[in-house]
Design a protein around this ligand. Structure first.
Ligand code: NAD
Ligand code: TYD
Length: 353
């Protein structure tokens, strides 16, 4: 069995669903159910004995020790984090607490558990740390994409906290020998994505006929990867990755924000035409994010060369699946748009948003 942290969030939730669709190996899923955690994402697993959900915090060492001793996982896949850059700008403290302190406590619990395993289980054990390309900082338009040896130059409280946690994971490998794997993935999109992030926010607001906020000049560039491809890359790395190594994961799909928003609008117009006219009319440029990274781009050749992973989806196929999923699941969207979500939207985009 494996232990997943943050498995009620966007990527962790997709990972749990994909894992159990492909394998009978059970999952213990530890999640604190912050605003970003949503058990409805896992509703199709109700009654499935292969999924053991535990409502708890990665900073609870007593709970971690008990879970590890009881379930004896062969691997930990660590997704749990505060993940939204804009929220980290408004309030960095939770990012330090969960992303840095939480990863430290989880590493210590993992180390104590791993120390007590027999030689074969110690050799087979893996601690997989799910990190981001944002730790590398920002690229100029003509810079080559980030490789794994690019220096860490994080610019937001979020990316700084993720870089700090990466460094702890690295140190636990070099100092204690804990068999760790770290992956740095680019921006994900897909089903069950909380509508505070660009793509689901655009879909949900466009369907509601609301203004579509694009920060600054809309020319910031991100590399976008379908979430199912990220989950497949993690499974591949877990199976074949070399402990102590880091692997970049990307979609070979750099796009400006304005192009992303226009692509989503065009798909919605095709799949659900708006009598009021094309959704692109809703696009508006708003005040830029402070310290907004200009460009991220991922060189994902190492994971392809060494582990044989490549994305299966193109942006065209992935974004179509994503928009269709949001059209087919209005109930999931309505439930995550709780009071707390509305408070965030008015704080970030103004009361009239
Ligand atoms: P998310 O915000 O959707 O989900 C995070 C999950 O972690 C939530 O279910 C939340 O309840 C849980 N959580 C938060 N604090 C916790 C704590 N203290 N203890 C236990 N659980 C806690 O995030 P996501 O987008 O699914 O990202 C998952 C991981 O992938 C993060 O580590 C993130 O840094 C990384 N990542 C995300 C992206 C992306 O595009 N979203 C890209 C690369 C890497
Ligand atoms: P986001 O989804 O928050 O991911 P990240 O900041 O981790 O890359 O944002 C993706 C890009 O979209 C980023 O350049 C900021 C921009 N953006 C907007 O232009 N408008 C928005 O309302 C949001 C949420 C993001």
């Amino acid at each position: 069995m494996i232990l997943v942290t943050g498995g009620a969030g966007f990527i962790g939730g997709n990972f749990v669903l994909d894992w159990l669709a492909e394998s009978d190996e059970a999952i213990v899923n530890l999640d604190a159910l912050t605003y970003a955690g949503n058990l409805e994402t896992l509703a199709t697993l109700d009654g499935d004995r292969r999924h053991i959900f535990v409502h708890g915090d990665i900073r609870d060492r007593t709970l971690l020790d008990r879970l590890l001793a009881t379930h004896r996982p062969r691997a930990i896949i660590h997704f749990a984090a505060e993940s939204h850059v804009d929220r980290s700008i408004h309030g960095p403290e939770e990012f330090i607490r969960t992303n840095i302190e939480g990863t430290f406590i989880l590493l210590e619990a993992a180390r104590a558990y791993w120390d007590g395993l027999d030689a074969a289980d110690r050799a087979a054990f893996r601690f997989h740390h799910v990190s981001t390309d944002e730790v590398y900082g920002s690229l100029a338009a003509d810079d080559p994409p980030f490789t794994e040896s690019h220096p860490n130059k994080p610019n937001s409280p979020y990316s700084a906290s993720k870089a700090a946690s990466d460094h702890l994971v690295r140190a636990w490998f070099h100092t204690y020998g804990l068999p760790v794997l770290t992956t740095h993935c680019s921006n994900n999109y897909g089903p069950f994505h909380f509508p505070e992030k660009l793509i689901p926010l655009t879909i949900v607001r466009a369907l509601a006929g609301q203004p579509l906020p694009v920060y600054g000049d809309g020319m910031n560039v991100r590399d976008w990867l379908y979430v199912g491809d990220h989950c497949a890359a993690i499974r591949t790395t877990l199976e074949r990755g070399t402990p102590g190594e880091t692997y970049n994961i990307g979609g070979w799909n750099e796009q400006t924000n304005i192009d992303i928003v226009r692509a989503v609008c065009a798909l919605l117009d095709e799949l659900r035409p708006d009598p009021a006219g094309p959704r692109a009319r809703l696009i508006g440029f708003v005040t830029d994010r402070p310290g907004h990274d200009r460009r991220y781009a991922i060189d994902a050749r190492k994971i392809e060369r060494e582990l044989g992973w490549r994305p299966a989806e193109t942006f065209a196929t992935g974004i179509r699946k994503t928009v269709e999923w949001y059209l087919e699941n209005p109930g999931w969207v309505a439930n995550v748009q709780s009071g707390a979500y509305r408070d965030w939207v008015s704080r970030q985009y103004g009361a009239s948003a």
